[in-house]
Design a binder for this molecule. Structure first.
Ligand code: FAD
Length: 441
């Protein structure tokens, strides 16, 4: 009898846990490497911050999570579970439809316990190098280090990268910034509003975290000025707030603390807070140039998962952004596990590469910049259904699609304030009940 394929999973966040379960279900031999001493990745809140708050020093001490203390999910709890393991109500927990982050970590711990995933995980074990065994495309050397022992080197048949992509700040270059004397920080290092008391803060970015953080800071800060790339923004004081303004993007800054905006307005600011997103970063991965990161495009990756020349022995889970993350991740994991167990065949390398090329051309035609390669651009549900079909599952239920579209509306319409507490639970409960009754018939 041949030995089962030995698979190294890097990271024990949502992606690592979900793929470990699927690989084990397929009878494969799984080792999960987790550099911290706990599971949950991003969802493990840590009050500490990086030693460099902007994140530009490559030698800084890095804290993995980017959660702030008050963070609540941006999707309703029905979309924060797995398809076959829903997000439950915790007795005496946070029963809000958009719960606080503690609830998600509790859920992930429960999931890991239920499926025996802790026993597969080596905690406090950082992967420092992954490289092909010379002359092979189906054998990997994985070097890992624990905090108290020497380097260990092992051979695996496949590697699944689940190391997350919300830790390395992406920061724009602003003319004059090298001489600007104020304090700069990236949202990766934002935890609580107190340090911003009585300060004039410029927040760059307009995604959901930028809005949540701005509203929170405005409660203690002197002024908050949000700079956004949206083309039709005018300088305007935000409704319901005495001390919040919206501007066009920052044009330049100067030695006297001035921050000038592209709309002609300017302020003297104490802090610039960058809510400008994150960079993909795989410092441990050596692929002889087969997989590269170019302007945040990790490629080439067939369907955001498999590099054609190394498939299926190297894969990446959780790369697409703006999606029903847990469910998309779970479907990617089921697909990867079925491919690695030989139940599902991938197209040829040439066909996969042609697909990737066509995809790049399409996003360029649609006007999306390269750094948005892994945004699904309103094709999230189609992508999930494609994965579901590969995993031998039916398309995801219609109510999930409707609920997802409803929950991203506030972001698209710029009406993020309070949307979590204005959610129509009765309406959605009725829709879900109807859907499950129809399914039972
Ligand atoms: P992570 O959670 O980042 O886990 C990666 C793991 O890999 C970590 O445990 C890390 O320690 C480990 N690791 C990294 N490198 C190594 C190495 N070399 N060796 C060993 N271990 C390593 N998603 C939602 O669905 N809803 C939300 O409301 C939501 N809100 C968010 C808010 C913020 C501020 C952020 C930053 C993200 C949010 N997300 C949300 C997205 C969130 O990141 C995903 O839900 C999910 O946590 C991604 O899981 P992951 O496993 O891919 O990565």
């Amino acid at each position: 009898m041949s030995h089962p394929l030995r698979v190294a999973v890097i990271g024990a966040g949502v992606a690592g846990l979900a793929v470990a379960r699927e690989l084990r279900r397929e009878g494969l031999d799984v080792v999960v490497f987790e550099k911290s001493h706990h599971l949950g990745g991003t969802w493990h809140y840590d009050p500490r911050i990086d030693s460099d708050p902007v994140g530009s020093d490559p030698n800084r001490e890095v804290v993995h999570t980017s959660l702030y203390r008050s963070l609540r999910t941006n999707l309703p709890r029905q979309l924060m579970g797995f398809l076959d393991y829903p997000f439950p109500d915790r007795p005496d927990g946070d029963s809000r439809t958009f719960p606080g982050h503690e609830e998600v970590l509790w859920f992930l711990n429960k999931f890991a316990d239920e499926f025996g995933l802790r026993g597969l995980t080596r905690f406090g074990c950082e992967v420092v190098r992954v490289a092909l065994v010379a002359g092979r495309s189906d054998s990997w050397v994985v070097e890992s280090r624990t905090y108290d022992s020497a380097l260990s080197r092992e051979i695996f048949g496949a590697v699944v990268v689940c190391s997350g992509h919300f830790t390395q700040p992406r920061v724009p270059t602003i003319p004059g910034i090298e001489k600007w004397p104020g304090y700069q920080i990236h949202s990766h290092n934002y935890r609580v509003p107190e340090p911003f008391r009585d300060q004039v803060v410029v927040v760059i970015g307009f995604a959901s975290s930028a809005i949540d953080i701005s509203i929170e800071i405005a409660k203690v800060a002197k002024e908050v000025h949000i700079a956004t790339r949206s083309p039709d923004v005018k300088v305007v004081k935000l409704a319901n707030h005495d001390n919040m303004w919206q501007h066009k993007m920052v044009k330049c800054v100067s030695e006297d603390r001035m921050v000038a905006f592209e709309d002609g307005s300017s302020v003297y600011a104490d802090v610039i807070l960058y809510c400008t997103g994150y960079k993909h970063h795989y410092p441990f991965l050596e692929t002889n140039g087969i997989v590269t990161i170019d302007d945040n495009r990790v490629g080439p990756l067939y369907k955001h998962v498999f590099p054609p020349a190394l498939a299926p022995w190297l894969s990446f889970i959780g790369i697409p952004e703006k999606d029903i993350i847990f469910q998309m991740t779970e479907l990617q994991c089921k697909w990867v596990a079925r491919v690695l167990s030989g139940k599902v065949l991938l197209p040829t390398e040439k066909e996969m590469l042609a697909y990737v090329e066509e995809y790049y051309q399409q996003i360029e035609k649609d006007g999306f910049p390269k750094h948005m390669t892994h945004y699904l651009h309103f094709k999230e549900i189609g992508y999930c259904n494609w994965l579901a079909a590969e995993a031998g599952l039916p398309p995801i239920e219609h109510w999930r699609e409707e609920m997802y579209l409803e929950s991203i509306k506030p972001l698209l319409l710029g009406t993020l304030e309070n949307y979590r507490d204005q959610w129509d639970d009765a309406h959605w409960n009725a829709i879900i009940k109807d859907a499950s009754l129809t399914q039972m018939k």
